[in-house]
Structures are given as C-alpha cells and as structure tokens.
Design a protein around this ligand. Structure first.
Ligand SMILES: *Cc1c(COP(=O)(O)O)cnc(C)c1O
Length: 376
C-alpha cells in the first residue's frame, strides 16, 4: 500500500502561483467602481482574441451560454432556423448538445473516431440531410479536432463550423500554425475553474472573425440591445463579470506554459505506462494537444479506479454517460453510437494538472503497471 496521495485536481494549488496578482486584480476591480463591463472586460476580450487569432471576442457568463448565444445569433441573423439540424459529436459534455436543443435546433449525434475519441471527420456524410446547417467540433480532452475533411465537408454543403473550445484553449492545428478558437466560423470558450485557464467562478467567451455574428452575440448577451434602451432581439443577460475578466487577465499570459506542463506530464505517462490492460490515449508529440484530460481506457473501470484509489491515486470519469443516454434526452434520441457508448463505459482520467509533478506521474505510471485486472 502506497502512503502517498496523488490529487486529481486542487484549485487552490492551481491558483497559488498567481495569488498575489489575483489579489491585486480583485482589489483593482473593487476600487474601480466599474462592476459591469468596463476596461477589464474590454481588455480581456482583446487579449483573448489576439491570443487565438480571431478578429472579435465577446465575453459572456459561461461556456454553455457562449455556445447557446452563437446558435441564437445565427438564428437571429437568418442563417439557421428552428428545426434545422446541427451535427454534434456523440462523445462530448452535455453542454455541447444543450446549446443546440435549447435553440430549437436538432442535434444529430455523430460517432467518434475510436482512437481520437473526437468527431470522425471522414464519416460526416452519413449525418447530412437537407436541414443540416452546422457541424460542431469539440476539441475534447484538449485534442484539436479540425482537418481538411471537416472544412471540405462544411464548404461543400454550406455549413457553419462551430468550435466548442471549452477544453482546448491554446491548442493548435497539427502544423502549429493556427489556434483553436479561430479555426471555424465561431468558437465558445469556458473558463470554468477546472479548465486549463479557469476563473474564480463562471466565465466564458465567444470568438469569431464574423463581425455581424459578434455584434449579434454581444447584443443578445445584453438584453438584446444594440445600444442603451434599444432592444433589437429578445435577449438575455449573460455578461462576463469584470471580476472574472481581471482574474483571467492574470492567467491568460501563462496559457502556453500551462499547456507545455500538461504535455510533459502526458509524455511521461505515454512513455511509462506499459500495462496491456490499460489503453493509453493516442499520443501526438507535435504540441497541438493541450491535455485538458489524460484519458486512458479499461474494460474493468470500477476495479481499476478502486485499485488506484487504494494506492492514493485520485481519478475522474469524463463522462460516464453519453449525452444522448442522459434521462433528459434518452426518450428523444437513441442514435446508433456504439463507439460513444463504449467510450463512456471505459474512460478514466488520470491526474494531469499542476498538482501532479513529473515524479508523481512516474510513480502513478508504476502503480498502473502493477495493476492486475481481477486480482484482489
Ligand atoms: C466545461 C464545458 C462546457 C461548458 O462550460 P461552462 O462554462 O461550464 O458552462 C461546454 N463544453 C465542454 C466540452 C466543456 O468541457
């Protein structure tokens, strides 16, 4: 029995290197008298747009709203209408799907590629109908899901590409030339505290280089008003809090450092985990991935997790149930998605944050290598 404890994620530890700067940022907002919008939000929007290479950024309240507002804006602009279909990955967090169905659009679940666990861009034609208007690509676990098969498909059929970039801030295309958040027509970011760049609460953003879309998202998130007391849409209130913007401005400059750290932990797991009962994630050494999660797969998940827990290793499961199998959707949808269901049955996330040192990663790999399924 190993006495050491390997924390999956402790947000206090994650934020401690920034503590002084975060305190300064909080006091700055408190003293500023600007508690809605203002310079912190404007600056953060500019800095995020610049960091990913998009022309426009609109800060919003959270990642789900970022996605919802993109589709809502497309509807207001006449690009989509209720009843239209959006191809969404079957293996994703439920927020990706909620954003579609909340707008009266129909999610069409696409099977993942078994190796990347992301959208299989070579098989999108299967899901195309005359009502398809968009493909949502989710860079799940921090793995960029964007290639010429996707762009050709979208171009050929006049579809929008919407990125769910909640898990992949700072990720790039394989050639390292372009960043997620500026790959498709619009992208949603989440700064939920556990993401690679997390706020001290809820926060999100939309990036796009489509100025009309950005203006519609901005208006929709502010009661539908394009100027004060002039409401052009039936909008909502989903603004980025300046307190969160100020905190995010402290952390955003360190995104590449954060992601490089995660890559080094992932590389250690990749070279050191050598147990045939544990399938490692497809490893790419090109720096395109940002390893929001390091996800292994095993047929004996409960047993494996109990063994790791007994040896002090905390793990998590993202996600134990596919969105379409959740009670809220299971009566509406029953797609033929055996790969997605198999992923939901077998995935386990290993610790990959700043709470895990290189030594920890080597020790966790050694513990995993001693795992013998079924042995008690
Ligand atoms: C976290 C997350 C969201 C939602 O973001 P919130 O800020 O929690 O609303 C959406 N999609 C994916 C893939 C996520 O991981």
């Amino acid at each position: 029995m190993n006495a050491r404890r390997y924390t999956f994620l402790d947000l206090k530890t994650v934020n401690s290197p920034f503590a002084e700067k975060i305190d300064e940022a909080l006091l700055r907002v408190a003293a500023s008298g600007r508690y809605i919008g203002g310079p912190e939000v404007d600056s953060f929007e500019n800095e995020l747009a610049q960091s990913c290479g998009a022309d426009c950024c609109v800060g919003v309240a959270n990642g789900l709203d970022a996605l919802r507002l993109i589709f809502r804006a497309y509807i207001e602009l006449g690009v989509m209408k209720r009843g239209d279909e959006v191809i969404v990955p079957a293996n994703t967090y439920i927020a990706s799907v909620l954003a579609v169905s909340d707008n009266g659009l129909v999610p069409v679940f696409a099977e993942p590629d078994a190796a990347t666990m992301n959208l299989d861009t070579s098989r999108l034609g299967k899901y195309l109908t005359d009502r398809t208007r968009a493909v949502m690509t989710v860079h799940l676990y921090g793995r960029t899901c964007f290639d010429s098969a996707l762009t050709c498909f979208a171009k050929q059929h006049g579809l929008k590409i919407v990125e769910d970039n909640a898990q992949a801030i700072g990720a790039t295309t394989a050639d390292g030339m372009r960043r997620t958040g500026a790959l498709g027509d619009a992208a949603a970011f989440s700064f939920y505290p556990t993401k690679n760049i997390g706020a001290l609460g809820d926060a999100g953003a939309v990036t796009t280089s489509d100025r009309d879309l950005a203006a519609a998202v901005r208006a929709l998130a502010n009661y539908g008003s394009d100027r004060r007391y002039h409401n052009i849409y039936v909008g909502l209130n989903s603004r980025l809090d300046p307190v969160q913007a100020a905190v995010l401005r402290v952390k955003l400059p360190f995104i590449d450092e954060e992601n490089a750290y995660r890559r080094s932990i992932a590389a250690t797991y990749n070279s050191e985990i050598l147990n045939p009962a544990v399938v490692k994630p497809l490893f790419v050494g090109d720096g395109s991935m940002v390893w929001h999660q390091y996800v292994v797969r095993t047929n004996s998940r409960d047993d494996f997790r109990a063994y790791l827990s007994d040896n002090g290793v905390q793990t998590d499961v993202l996600y134990p149930t596919s969105p379409f199998d959740q009670p809220c959707y299971s009566r509406l949808y029953n797609p033929d998605c055996p790969i997605a269901r198999d992923i939901a049955r077998t995935v386990v996330s290993l610790p990959v944050s700043r709470c895990t040192s290189e030594t920890d990663a080597r020790e966790i790999a050694a513990i995993i290598n001693s795992y013998n399924p079924g042995a008690k």
